[in-house]
Design a protein around this ligand. Structure first.
Ligand code: TYD
Ligand code: MG
Length: 463
């Protein structure tokens, strides 16, 4: 008697397989993520597959030798080239993740059009929108004339058949991987098994045909790529497209890159006619500055190899609460708590009866410790109700002792500030200014400080 098809219970969050259903995944601890999926059928007896096949002896090589630089082609979008590490490598697979509505489809359509206009073969499979909708977007973006090959399809089998028929594809876009399904599996589209199967087949195609593959992946509200962590392991680069709805700028960031660094970002602005590349992000983030407002300081930060100037705003207001509020947007809550503690313990400035709010203008998220000094300057200025010099920048990491530590790329930061018309800088006393693109010739008035006290003394809080 034929055995009933066996089913597995697969966690949609981490991909762990268990024999029975449970409310909580024992592997990742997430609740309500386990879904029943049919197990892959065992190979039929006599097919030969069940037998262990004898392996071929591999020729082992040494690490030394001519490193062949991966051939790349430019995307025609400098910001995208920057994030991918200098262009797209043929045969590479990229996952672009982001929240719904952030602009993934827009970005990929613009990319496909840019490549198609340069004589490359770009194929765009949309599983989420009908061809008419994509065409409408193309018209809005002014790209209707670009020779992009378009199909609206969710069947993996049909997509693979179409690709097999394709002689020379340079770029294949699949928007999105969660919509694809194959009838070889009983699981629903979007489930881990379906997504994994679709990714693996497409990756196999991309590697054998040498065409670049871009997959769109949705993220859940906690920032995970919905369902398949598994996909991240298979692809060469994971690019996340970030930004918030209230602001027009978008940041493309590589979180994994087998062909380049992961610390570069690409900055775009969502306009009426699609995404516009922002070559000089500082101008965007400093654009709407109110230089007369007390409690703001300009931070010269670094994103990868590029300096970016942003405004840090602080509001320190008398509190009516027993436990004053400390709220922060775009920075870490724990860093703010640390900074306040250092200011209180090492500089004798008290925030005990004040609510403290800190905001990074433009909605940018800063993770660099070098922002400490700018945040401290904004906090002290707000407490003292003073306006800082509008042409001054700050950077430097603050340690628990209150010492101001050197930051990487000090020369580059100063150079960018000078370029944007800033005239003075409060920076760490230690650290080399020359050597990384150099501050030679930079005509900034430098205030080099070694302890936070020196900054506090200059501001003289009123209480
Ligand atoms: P979309 O690319 O569809 O997002 P995703 O594929 O990530 O879900 O773009 C979504 C938003 O972008 C949409 O709400 C409208 C806005 N948008 C513009 O502001 N300008 C434009 O030219 C386009 C095409 C979209
Ligand atoms: Mg979309």
């Amino acid at each position: 008697m034929a055995k009933a098809a066996k089913s597995n219970f697969v966690c949609q969050s981490c991909g762990a397989i268990s024999a029975r259903w449970s409310g909580k995944c024992v592997s990742c601890g997430d609740w309500n993520t386990i879904v029943e999926e049919a197990a892959a059928a065992p190979p039929p007896p006599g097919s030969g597959l069940a037998k262990a096949t004898k392996g071929r002896v591999l020729k082992l090589e040494s690490l030394a030798g001519e490193p062949a630089e991966a051939p790349r082609f430019s995307t025609g979008m400098p910001e995208l080239d920057r994030v991918t590490g200098g262009g797209i490598v043929p045969g590479s697979v990229h996952l672009i993740s982001g929240e719904p509505g952030i602009g993934k489809s827009t970005l990929l359509l613009q990319l496909s059009a840019a490549l198609a206009r340069n004589g490359r073969r770009a194929i765009y499979f949309s599983g989420e929108e009908a061809a008419a909708q994509v065409r409408l977007r193309a018209a809005r973006l002014g790209l209707a004339e670009a020779p992009v090959a378009l199909a609206s399809e969710t069947s993996l089998t049909n997509i693979l058949a179409t690709l097999a028929d394709e002689k020379r594809a340079d770029l294949v876009v699949v928007d999105s991987i969660q919509t694809l399904w194959t009838d070889a599996l009983e699981a629903a589209p979007g489930s881990v098994s379906q997504v994994r199967a679709a990714t693996q087949s497409l990756v196999r195609y991309a590697k054998s045909a040498g065409c670049a593959l871009l997959l769109v992946g949705h993220v859940t509200k906690d920032g995970q790529i919905a369902g398949p962590k598994a996909v991240e392991h298979v692809v060469d680069t994971v690019l996340s497209f970030e930004g918030d709805r209230g602001h027009t700028y978008r940041i493309l960031r590589a979180t994994k890159n087998r062909f380049g660094a992961t610390d570069e970002i690409g900055v775009f602005e969502m306009a009426e006619t699609g995404l516009r590349e922002v070559a000089n992000p500082s101008e965007l983030f400093l654009g709407e500055r109110d230089t007369s407002a007390p409690g703001t300081a300009v931070f010269a930060g670094m994103e990868g190899t590029r300096p970016i100037l942003v405004e840090i705003q602080a509001l320190v207001a008398p509190s009516g609460l027993g436990t004053p509020r400390r709220a922060v947007v775009g920075w870490e809550q724990s860093r703010l708590a640390m900074l306040i503690a250092v200011l209180e313990a090492r500089c004798g400035v008290s925030f005990a009866n004040h609510d403290v709010y800190l905001n990074v203008a433009g909605g940018l998220k800063i993770v660099e410790p070098a922002a400490d000094l700018a945040a401290a300057a904004a906090l002290l200025a707000s407490l003292a109700n003073q306006t800082l010099d509008a042409k001054q920048i700050h950077f430097g990491e603050i340690s628990l002792s209150g010492a101001v530590r050197a930051s990487p790329h000090m020369g580059l930061r100063l150079k960018e500030a000078a370029k944007l018309g800033f005239t003075s800088a409060v920076i760490p006393a230690g650290g080399e200014l020359r050597g990384d693109g150099g501050s030679d010739g930079v005509k900034l008035n430098l205030h080099r400080i070694s302890h936070l006290k020196e900054l506090a003394a200059g501001l003289d809080p009123c209480d």
